[in-house]
Design a protein around this ligand. Structure first.
Ligand code: GDP
Ligand code: GDP
Length: 432
């Protein structure tokens, strides 16, 4: 077993660089941690504890970018001078600057200095007005910060998350959704997802054959994402698995799961037989579909159910997840090992499903057959597969096809070629 990160690094190079700058204590590391999902720099009231500009991958709405905290730009001592220099350099390298200010203190000379520096570098910037939760202490209103000379102002509370979504929307606005190339290694890349306690780490440990300790408890020493490479698969972002989240709806686990999926080919959603299908499980399943990854469901802890309960549980899962009827649902026990070998082979199979390609000729022929059996509601001119991960088909038609006809096509595609565990997408090019 070894850990890998090289592919990720290559991948990260081409991403947009977003840099947070601001005075010490305005809340830069708080915002950084909220977006990146994990304390990488130590938050404290001591000026200048964040010293290195380290870009980390961040994700919003299926779009990736890189985020860095420039550290405190305080004035006075030697460290501060060094920091100024570094901030200037960092601004030059960045594609977008988040100039962070504190609504409690209003505009201070250092804020103006940073604004000048950004304009001199000719960089696009958003003014992020932080701590709006502390309005009683506020000496300024967010509007006053227009004085800094930038058009876009985002009032937020980094500590509470208020306004951060709007800010992220703006950051990713011009970023096209990423599509990752097939990772070279002939091993399926799996993200293990699910609610806390569903058995994600138990499954990982079972696959690995021994307990895996991944997360170092010291803030700032944990790696951003740790992949565990096994004989036949790479489990991505395992650091996210062993971290515990107080609240499963939390922003952290949401962003984290999405990010894991970005680096994965298949999402393994673990459902707890003791709990049943929870609404969050459905959310996680939708996330896998939206990210266009292969979907495999593990129904874990079946050792706790007797025969009759098992039957009821399987029926319950089928019913609750009938929108993804095509996804393999594998009963397992990470505790006893039951079903685990089968799960392994299903995950491997999912890789071929998600990367399946059929020729233009085969696709066109199928469409002809379908149209002759069941006249399409609108004229279809052409039909073929344009990509994989997930398998995506282009339909050139006179008008958009209704859902029932798309389902008809999807069923036929699955019937003929399987597309095992893969969500299938259609893009309609109309009108002609
Ligand atoms: P940095 O020096 O700019 O990285 O600032 P930090 O992220 O370390 O935050 C400085 C202080 O401001 C800490 O005590 C944070 O808890 C606090 N802080 C950060 N964001 C907020 C916020 O949105 N509201 C309030 N009230 N305090 C915040
Ligand atoms: P995670 O939070 O999703 O990583 O869940 P864990 O792997 O830490 O498991 C949560 C709890 O469920 C632990 O107490 C495990 O021992 C238990 N557990 C995990 N898998 C199984 C299983 O297949 N059967 C039973 N009975 N318990 C399990």
């Amino acid at each position: 077993m070894e850990t890998t990160g090289a592919a990720k690094k290559r991948f990260a190079k081409e991403l947009k660089k977003v840099l947070i700058v601001g005075r010490t204590n305005v809340g830069k590391s708080t915002l950084f941690n909220r977006i990146v999902g994990k304390p990488l720099s130590i938050t404290s009231d001591v000026p200048g504890t964040t010293r290195d500009v380290i870009y980390k991958p961040a994700e919003w709405g299926g779009r990736m970018f890189l985020l860095a905290d420039s550290g405190g730009a305080g004035a006075g001592d030697k460290l501060a001078n060094y920091v100024w220099d570094r901030v200037r350099k960092a601004i030059k390298e960045a594609d977008l600057i988040l100039l962070m200010v504190d609504v409690k203190s209003g505009i201070l000379p250092l804020d103006e200095e940073l604004a000048r520096m950004i304009k001199k570098a000719g960089k696009k910037a958003y003014v992020v007005v932080n701590k709006i939760d502390a309005t009683s202490k506020a000496v300024a209103t967010p509007e006053e910060f227009f004085r800094l000379g930038f058009e876009d102002i985002f009032p937020i509370s980094a500590a509470h998350g208020w306004g951060v979504g709007d800010l992220l929307d703006a950051i990713v606005e011009d970023i096209p959704p990423e599509s990752i190339k097939r990772f070279k290694k002939d091993k399926v890349r799996v993200a293990i997802l699910g609610r806390p306690n569903a058995g994600k780490s138990s499954i990982l440990n079972y696959f690995a054959g021994k307990p895996i300790a991944i997360v170092s408890p010291t803030a700032g020493t944990t790696r951003d994402a740790v992949d565990v490479e096994l004989d036949d698969m790479i489990v991505v972002d395992t650091a996210g698995i062993t971290r515990r989240f107080k609240d499963d709806l939390s922003y952290y686990s949401y962003v984290r799961s999405k990010r894991s999926l970005r680096y994965a080919e298949v999402g393994l959603v673990v459902i707890d037989a003791e709990v049943g299908v929870h609404h969050l499980d459905k959310k996680i399943v939708s996330m896998v579909i939206n990210e266009g990854r292969g979907l495999v469901i593990a129904m874990n802890k079946i050792d706790v159910l007797n025969k009759k309960e098992k039957r009821a549980f399987f029926a319950h899962v089928e019913e609750e997840l009938k929108s993804v009827w095509w996804a393999p649902k594998v009963p397992v026990s990470a505790l006893t090992g039951e079903g685990m070998d089968y799960l392994r082979s299903v995950l491997k199979g999912a890789r071929s499903g998600i990367f399946k390609r059929i020729s233009k000729r085969d696709a066109r022929r199928l469409m002809e057959e379908l149209a002759s059996r069941n006249l399409p509601p609108t004229k279809i001119y052409d039909f073929y597969q344009i990509r994989n991960l997930p398998p995506t088909f282009l339909i050139k038609a006179k008008a958009k096809l209704p859902d029932f006809y798309l389902r008809y096509i999807e069923n036929a595609l699955r019937e003929r070629w399987g597309f095992f565990a893969a969500p299938i997408r259609f893009i309609t090019e109309a009108p002609y």
